[in-house]
Design a protein. Structure first.
Length: 252
């Protein structure tokens, strides 16, 4: 089979890189011929490079992924990259659309790639009707409300913590530790429950007991045995990346 060309569009460079790395693992013959940070750039690149596949993040500044897909008008097979789940994913399935949930994993992406390989030899589907339905579902306010503030215990006091200030969460017996640059706090909530309410574009589970804010990552180091460890910005703690989540960080 001849080489298939693709474009990746996402306004977060780290998420573009992560998707590119996992694609290289599950679809090594795929050639990434361009990357874009918004929908308008993606449409321009698609018209210039004529890829067979375009991976479009749904939420991007300016022209979003749905608007870009509409502008492409069947020029390429579209794969939506989304942080949404539940009802939005049901809409994708009903419309027989290809999609990837963030952050991409080899298992999830492998299923999408299998479908794409069957479809890519045929003409792209015209998506106008389905796009109108999706636009309603992912309009501002339609998505699951993300956690913004957490009430946590600091000694005998209760502290209100902005989620954006959290460096990482780590389960600790019956509690979850919340670590910020200013210190630590405890909340009596399971890590998996917190994960369901956090923005999956910004908070990644890197160990069964740890969720990290990707904006707090300074570097990921790899030792001689292939073990990965996260160094944080302006904080001494280092976080272990378990083998289950090692695919999130791959050297380019």
């Amino acid at each position: 089979m001849s080489t298939i060309a693709a474009i990746i569009a996402d306004d977060e460079p780290l998420l573009r890189a992560q998707l590119r790395d996992v694609l290289a693992e599950v679809w090594p013959e795929l050639e990434i011929v361009g990357e874009a940070s918004n929908g308008a750039e993606a449409v321009h690149l698609a018209r210039e490079k004529s890829p067979q596949v375009v991976f479009l993040d749904i939420e991007m500044p300016g022209m979003n992924g749905l608007e870009a897909a509409r502008a492409l008008k069947g020029l390429a097979h579209v794969v939506f990259v989304t942080a949404y789940n539940q009802y939005a994913v049901e809409a994708f399935d009903r419309g027989a659309l290809d999609y990837v949930l963030k952050p991409a994993t080899p298992g999830r992406l492998g299923e999408t790639v299998a479908r794409l390989k069957e479809r890519v030899s045929g003409p792209p589907v015209v998506l106008n009707g389905v796009l109108a339905e999706l636009a309603k579902l992912v309009a501002p306010g339609a998505a699951t409300e993300r956690l913004k503030w957490i009430q946590a215990s600091v000694g005998a006091n209760i502290r209100l913590i902005n989620v954006d200030d959290v460096l990482y969460f780590q389960s600790d017996a019956k509690y979850t530790r919340i670590v910020t640059a200013e210190g630590e706090a405890l909340v009596r909530r399971a890590l998996k429950d917190l994960l369901a309410e956090l923005d999956p574009e910004l908070f990644w589970q890197v160990h069964r007991a740890t969720i990290v804010n990707i904006r707090a990552i300074a570097a990921v180091t790899i030792d001689a045995f292939g073990h990965k460890e996260i160094a944080l910005r302006n904080h001494k703690d280092r976080l272990e990346v378990s083998r289950t989540f090692a695919h999130l960080f791959k050297a380019s």
